[in-house]
Design a protein around this ligand. Structure first.
Ligand code: FES
Length: 111
């Protein structure tokens, strides 16, 4: 059975907003899109490690704040001519809470 870790309230994540969660395996960016979908990816741009949660969310993508690469929230891949990808993390909403798959982020979460 999959174990999911509660990382916070959905209400704390505004539409087109994001949140950085520190986990044993590194920082995870959790994003909420304008159409109210939730995505989670490693919070390090595949270009030079820019903090993606500080970027602009548009459609199902985020634009890195450092050099404007566009990263798909669905696949983690850089779009256009840019190459590279970040790992996507399984995420789901249960009631009013946001949860990440524990096996993808390590055993503990210090949110
Ligand atoms: S570090 Fe993200 S575009 Fe350069």
């Amino acid at each position: 059975m999959s174990i999911w870790i509660d990382i916070g309230a959905l209400d704390d994540l505004p539409l087109r907003g994001s949140r950085c969660v520190q986990t044993p395996t590194g920082k995870i960016g959790v994003f909420r899109t304008a159409d109210d979908r939730i995505f989670a990816i490693r919070n390090e741009c595949p270009h030079k490690g820019g903090p993606l949660t500080e970027g602009i969310v548009h459609g199902h993508s985020v634009t890195c704040p450092l050099h404007n690469w566009v990263i798909s929230l669905e696949t983690g891949a850089a779009q256009g001519a840019d190459e590279g990808a970040v790992e996507t993390i399984p995420v789901r909403v249960e009631g009013t809470r946001v949860l990440l798959l524990r096996s993808a982020i390590g055993a503990r979460v210090a949110a």
